[in-house]
Design a protein around this ligand. Sequence first.
Ligand code: GRF
Length: 211
Amino acid sequence: MPKKKIVLFASGRGSNAIALHDAMVQGVINGEVQALVCDIPGAPVLETAASWGVPVILADRKKLGSKAAFEEFILKAIEPYQADLLCLAGFMRLLSGDFISHYADKIINIHPALLPSFRGLHAQGQAVAAGVKIAGCTVHFVVPDMDAGPIILQSAVPVCEDDTEDTLAARILTREHPTFVKAVSLFCDDKLSIDGNVVKGTTGWDPFKII
Ligand code: GRF
């Protein structure tokens, strides 16, 4: 099966983007990074992607003005790559329905909470404040609503009594990387199908696995 062409989107540190890139280089994911899109000038992930020798697309939201102009810029910039999949790996912008329609069922996001709980920013802080005893991460297909869309995989971690947003975020992050890698790997092997709101093809994944 030919490798899937993947464009990564990230806004900051880029540890999820690195996990996906490395898994592709190691052959764990049957895909190849074509380019990385970043919306924040100076974000550490820009240098990381450049060190991979991958084209870097800086879409500076402030300079580009409107959201429509921002999205138009990105669509034009990634068009030559004919991507099979866009991976939102810590990309902190909500994409419009119009943008998403260009890549229907071909955009995957990771969110640091067990959706549908704790959508939006500071998901780990929301979990701590709510006093839940189990938290985790979700990899899902992207739809216009924020942090909604068919769920591909989830992984769980315990919440400790003395957790802060930061300590819980660090624990969840250790599960984000393998969960994202597995979800993208399943996509690239054409294992996933969407039946309404339910993603099929993920049997065998253990959301409670301790690594
Ligand atoms: C991750 O926790 C991701 O789930 C969230 O933002 C964080 C990005 O981390 N959306 P990184 O840039 O991938 O290291």
